[in-house]
Each structure stands twice: as C-alpha cells, then as structure tokens.
Design a protein around this ligand. Structure first.
Ligand code: DQQ
Length: 478
C-alpha cells in the first residue's frame, strides 16, 4: 500500500499554527461535530497512511474553548471485509437520548452506517453490525451512479430525519429525505431538493450534491450542500433559504456560502448555547507532490458562527472565542493613504488577525498587502473594487507548483455603508470576512516562506482609513 505516513514531517513555513490539523497526513471533511459534556468534538476525514486521499478513517480532536485542540485516537477505522472496508466517509453525530451516535457512509458500495459510544470523551465506538441503509431508493438507484452518502440526521416531533447527498444523472444533484422512529429502520420519503444541471444562472450547482446540512432558524430553514462539477472537481458550497413544512422544503434560489475554490464540505453543529458553528475543509493550493513531501495535506477552517440576517443572507463570523488568540496589538485611527506606492507598515507577521474599516462610498480600489517580500516579488493583495462591487484576492508568488489565480467574492455595499474586513492569516491560510456576511478563503505560498511584510494601498483617490487593528496571533500547539 502506498504510504508516506512514517516520513518525518519536514519543517514547513507554510504549515498553519492556529488552525486545527492533524500532526501529519491527509485531512478532508469535518464530520460528527458535537458538543458533549460541554466539550467540542471535531471528527474528520483522515488518512493515517499519508498526505493523500485514501484509506479514509475518522480522525478525532477535542476542544474545551474552540481555540485549543487535543488530538485523540482514531475514532472509526475501516473494518476489513466489512461494509466500510474501503473507507469511513463523511457523516454526522447526534445525541440519542444520552447515547452518542454517529452516522457515516461506508464504501464501496456506498451504504449508511451507524456506531455508538459509551465513553465520556467519545474515544471508542461500537459499530452497528449492518448498514442502516444499504441501497439507494429504487427510483433513484438507476440514475445515481452509486453516489449516495454523507448522512445528516436530526430529530423533530419524536421523528428522526436523515438527509443524504446523491445525483440523478442528466437532471442534477439531489438531497434525499428519510424518516425513522428508532434510527435503525429508515423509510425513504422523497427528494428534499433537486438541482438542475442545465441551469447556469444565478448559480450552477453541478451534477452531484454531497454533505447536506439542514439548519432551523426561527423564520426559515437553510439547506447547505457541497456540489460537485465532476467527481474530482468541487464547486463552492451553496445554501438555500426556504420553508420547511409537512416534510417538504420550499427553497429560494441558491447562494454561495463561502467563496474561493479552497473551502468545501462544511458541516454545522448546534452548540449548547444555541449558536450554529461551522467548520469547512480548506484544501491545499500547491501540487499534491509538494504536499506529499511536506507530509500533510488539508486544514480545518476556523470555527465560523452562522446566523440568519434580516435581509435573508447568512451572517458568517469567526466565533468570539478566537479573540483568545490575540497577542501584541497595534491600533491606528484616521490613517490617510494617497495613491502613490503602497504604504508599507512597520509591522510584520505571518500569523495575524487584521480588522480594518474603510469609509463608505469609496471612489477607488482599496487594499491590504500581505505576505510581501522585501523586493515585492512575493505578495498577496486583498482588494475591494467598488465599481465591480467585489472582493479579490490577488496572489503574485513566483513559486512553481502553487496556485496564483485570483479568488473573488461579490460584495455589494449600500450607499453610506462602510467596508469592514476581518482577515485571518495563518502562514498559508487566508480567511477574509467582510461586513459580517461575506467570506472568501484562499491559500498563499510565497516562494520565500519568510515574506511577512504588510501594507495598505489605494488606486486613484486618497482614502482615510477609519480604524485599523492588527494582532499577532499565537501558536495553539505551543
Ligand atoms: N468527502 C467524503 C465523502 C464526501 C466527500 C470522502 C466530500 O463522504 O462526499 O472523503 O469532500
């Protein structure tokens, strides 16, 4: 079996220090998010045999504060000759009347499995002997090409419901709805929502839908999906607001949940205090060979609080607990910048939080320069273009084998509305939160991993930045 799991992990200036990731090897989707005995558990798709997707297990980590993480032993491993012999794929965790219970997809073929735990820290799991769903519904089976996975389970009025991601060839992605009273016997009801592979506007939702999540806000429900263009090509996760009544979901048009090509397969948990908290898988932007040599591949996003705003958009903000990462702080007010060369700051860093507020009614492009080298060859710019009403991450890194294509997020500001950016930079990971609702994620791998200069820029008109706060953030593993 191909394996690089015993290779020493080389010192790597691109490895994040305040995001969760395993000590080595491959990570993809967050799974089984649950708060149990007050502690947060994140399980995740993990390959203990190396920094590539294969032999998928459930890795496991625990946090008391959503900031620091403790690695725990592997929670689920494929059973040789079992129904999950080729992998324990994505799924969820629920509290079944005091019994921690997970649902996941065993492969191949794709079947839905269940396991329970009886220990306080959810370290050991006992698998149910048989899959709880062993085949797609007959009317879907012929059109699903074997794709049916990623159970999402919740309870409502003494009934359990399950969603599964699937596809209908030639039609589009589909989320299937099931119902059960005992979690073991599931009846298929109908599709909760079906995509249209031919519909390009306002958003193309691909050919297959994975990793469903269903969120219940007071006035609306929200369905989140992760759409595939093709089996190897992921699109940005999408959410649909809608009304859930009589086991049917009346959905409004889909919207991108998180922008950029790196964030995928998010999962959302409901914390004991009622907050919805989401993590996503952040993929690499360097070649698989380079990740293989580095000995790690994939990182979990920051925990993001998801709320429903009054205008029907989802609010996305890093959880407030992350303020505990803040160390040395610099604060500026009324910073005047003219459209000359970039204003380079006297502050440097590769592990930073930056909060910047630009005035309303901008007449010029404005931007933050990050990870710049002294000669300026390496640099990443986070730019807001007021005419196009969009946010762009522009990377110039003369580094072979790394992505440098621009990443975009539409961002319309109302007249009089200031632009507030909250930026988290963690070595190669960049998460930008704009005006509490728009999130754009990217990766950045400067050729000189020491490139750490910071600056500000405007294009055509002077701008007075209202406030700028910069914090150095701490390494959670030290
Ligand atoms: N990743 C898992 C699947 C899921 C996909 C396999 C999404 O269960 O559909 O690792 O990234």
């Amino acid at each position: 079996m191909l394996s690089n799991s015993n290779m020493q992990v080389m010192p790597d200036g691109h490895r994040p220090v305040f995001h969760f990731l395993p000590t080595r090897n491959w990570l993809n989707d967050p799974n089984g998010l649950i708060q149990w005995n007050g502690q947060y558990h994140v399980f995740y798709q993990y390959n203990p045999n190396g920094a590539f997707h294969g032999t998928i297990h459930w890795g496991h980590a625990l946090s008391r504060d959503l900031v620091h993480w403790e690695h725990l032993s592997i929670a689920l491993a494929p059973t040789p000759d079992g129904f999950d012999k080729d992998g324990c794929w994505s799924g969820c965790a629920i509290n079944n009347n005091g019994v921690p219970t997970v649902f996941y997809t065993g492969v191949h073929p794709q079947v839905q499995c269940m396991a329970t735990s009886s220990d306080e820290n959810l370290v050991t799991w006992q698998k149910h002997l048989q899959p709880v769903i062993s085949a797609p519904p007959p009317d879907i089976e012929a059109h699903a090409g074997g794709h049916i996975r990623d159970p999402f389970v919740w309870k409502e009025n003494d009934q359990w419901y399950m969603l599964l991601g699937s596809k209908i060839e030639g039609v589009g992605g589909v989320i299937l709805l099931y119902r059960s009273t005992d979690l073991l016997n599931w009846s298929y009801l109908h599709p909760l929502l079906t995509g249209d592979v031919k519909q390009q506007e306002p958003l193309w939702t691909g050919t297959m839908w994975e990793c469903p999540n269903f969120l219940a806000f007071d006035s609306k429900h929200v369905l989140i999906i992760s759409p595939q263009a093709t089996a190897l090509d992921h699109l940005m996760p999408v959410y649909f607001l809608g009304d859930w009544e009589n086991e049917r979901f009346q959905a409004e048009p889909g919207q991108v949940l998180v922008h950029g090509k790196y964030f995928y397969a998010p999962q959302v948990m409901r914390a004991e205090d009622g907050r919805y908290i989401m993590w996503g898988w952040i993929k690499e932007g360097r070649s698989p060979e380079r990740s293989f040599v580095a000995g790690w591949n994939g990182v979990m996003s920051l925990p993001i609080q998801v709320s429903l705003l009054s205008d029907g958009k989802l609010g996305l903000e890093p959880v407030k607990e992350l303020e505990a990462l803040r160390q040395e702080h610099h604060h500026f007010e009324d910073l005047h910048i003219t459209p000359k060369a970039d204003l380079l700051l006297d502050i440097q860093g590769v592990s930073l939080e930056i909060e910047i507020q630009f005035p309303p009614n901008l007449k010029t492009e404005v931007g933050l320069v990050m990870r710049a080298s002294f000669n300026g060859e390496d640099q990443t710019r986070i730019i807001y273009e007021p005419i196009q009403q969009q946010l762009i991450i522009h990377r110039s890194n003369p580094n072979p084998d790394v992505d440098i294509d621009n990443q975009f997020a539409p961002l319309t500001l109302s007249p009089g509305e200031p632009l507030t950016l909250r930026v988290f930079l963690d070595h190669s990971v960049l998460e930008v939160f704009a005006n509490h609702h728009t999130c754009l994620v990217s990766r950045v791998y400067p050729s000189d991993a020491a490139s750490n200069r910071l600056g500000l820029s405007v294009q055509t008109h002077p701008v007075t930045i209202s406030t700028l706060d910069i914090w150095q953030l701490k390494d959670i593993w030290k």
